[in-house]
Design a protein around this ligand. Structure first.
Ligand code: SF4
Ligand code: F3S
Length: 104
C-alpha cells in the first residue's frame, strides 16, 4: 500500500484524490489518509503530491504512518474530489516536525 505521511499536515493539496482509481482517500481537518486495504498499489498518486507526502509503505519514513492511515481511514469520510487547499498551504510545505499538529 501507499501511505500519506507527515508532509501532508496543514498542506492538504488534495491533488492525490483526483487521480486515485479506487477512491481510497479519507479526509480529516488538516490531513488525508489512504485506506491500506483499499489501495491497489498503482502508485499514480505519489508523484501528484506537491508536498511529496505520499510514500510506499516499504519506505522507512512511512512505517510510523501506516497505522495512522489505517485508523483514520475507518472514521474519516471518503473524499474523491479536490477541494480548496488551506490558504497557507504553501507556507507549510517543506516545514519539518508537523506530526504534533495533526488534527484528529
Ligand atoms: Fe489510490 Fe493508487 Fe495512490 Fe493507492 S497508490 S492511494 S490506489 S492512487
Ligand atoms: Fe496531502 Fe499531498 Fe494529497 S499534501 S492531500 S497527500 S496531494
Amino acid at each position: 500500500t501507499y501511505v500519506v505521511t507527515e508532509n501532508c499536515i496543514k498542506c492538504k493539496f488534495m491533488d492525490c484524490v483526483e487521480v486515485c482509481p479506487v477512491d481510497c482517500f479519507y479526509v480529516g481537518e488538516n490531513f488525508l489518509v489512504i485506506h491500506p486495504d483499499e489501495c491497489i498499489d498503482c502508485g499514480v498518486c505519489e508523484p501528484e503530491c506537491p508536498a511529496e507526502a505520499i510514500l510506499p509503505d516499504s519506505d522507512d519514513k512511512a512505517t510510523a504512518w501506516l497505522e495512522i492511515n489505517r485508523n483514520y481511514a475507518q472514521s474519516w469520510p471518503n473524499i474523491t474530489r479536490k477541494g480548496e487547499p488551506p490558504a497557507d498551504a504553501e507556507e507549510w510545505k517543506d516545514k519539518p516536525d508537523k506530526a504534533a499538529l495533526l488534527s484528529p
